[in-house]
Design a protein around this ligand. Structure first.
Ligand code: SLL
Length: 260
């Protein structure tokens, strides 16, 4: 694979100054949502909960090379409801009494060449009946988290973005030239067009700015990893069980033949 940014590969059609690199794609895994704590004894009529609305990189991926600002549009009952954050952590913490939808606008840095991404977070303060039934009533220590996980995909990224941002971060390129990898071989390498396709893995930079809820994120992400591992083990066990069942059946057939 040659350098994707040689002039033959550059697409100037929609912007001569800042062309696109047609063969590339950059994926940025983000999570956004809200976390709320009941204030318990400190609660009053208008301030029953402390909550935070946030946008962060999954597994602490640094978003600041790509994001210029994140704007959170709060309910008009809050003073200065439009909150603009120009550096991480992209989060707003408030106290209040009611739930509402929070508009989120992510503005990208000029070199990214894309304008913005709009998202919506549901601020939730009160657990549902089934959540209470499952894990008990809300306490001042137990957060209520509503999290959305998403990937921002920069398909055919701008040349400026690719060169100034992506290539400068710790990017790992893996070229897969016909290596046997059961799942990937068919999907990525051949794609039925006869061409070999490369697989790009990004080693993202870590965000150094700490969120107010850093400990909570670490705990949740560690649990997610554990759950994934457990799921893999569970699948492997199912495969083994199935193989055993088939072998037993074959053995019975062979035993039958021997006895005949
Ligand atoms: C509701 N539609 O009725 C929603 C509106 C607004 C919440 C919720 C303000 C706090 C403050 C606040 O919590 N507003 O005044 O400081 O549930």
């Amino acid at each position: 694979m040659g350098d994707a940014t040689t002039s033959a590969n550059i697409d100037y059609t929609d912007n001569e100054q800042n062309p696109r690199v047609p063969e590339e794609e950059y994926v940025l895994p983000i999570s956004y949502g809200s976390v709320a704590y009941w204030l318990g004894k400190k609660a009053d009529e208008y301030h029953s909960h402390e909550w935070t609305v946030y946008v962060r990189g999954q597994n602490n991926v640094d978003l600041s090379r790509v994001i210029e600002s994140v704007t959170f549009q709060l309910h008009p009952s809050f003073a200065e409801p439009k909150r603009v954050l120009t550096e991480p952590p992209y989060e707003v913490t408030e106290t209040g009494w009611g739930e509402f939808e929070i508009g989120i606008e992510i503005k990208f840095r000029p070199e990214v060449g894309e304008e913005k991404e709009k998202l919506m977070a549901n601020l939730k303060l009160f657990p549902d009946a089934d959540e209470v039934a499952k894990s008990g009533p809300q306490t001042t220590k137990k957060p209520l988290v509503v999290e959305n996980r998403e990937e921002l995909i920069f398909h055919k990224p701008r040349k400026s973005f690719w060169e100034k941002v992506v290539k400068k971060s710790k990017r790992v390129l893996e070229e897969e030239d016909g290596e046997k990898d059961e799942d990937e071989t068919n999907n990525n390498n051949n794609n039925n067009d006869g061409k070999k396709h490369k697989k790009v893995t990004f080693a993202y930079d870590e965000c150094e700015a700490k969120s107010k809820h850093e400990a909570l994120w670490k705990q949740r992400e560690a649990k997610m990893k554990d759950d994934e591992e457990l799921m893999k083990l569970w699948c492997a066990q199912k495969v083994t069980e199935e193989r055993c069942r088939v072998l037993k059946a074959q053995l019975m057939v062979l035993e039958g033949q021997l006895l005949d």
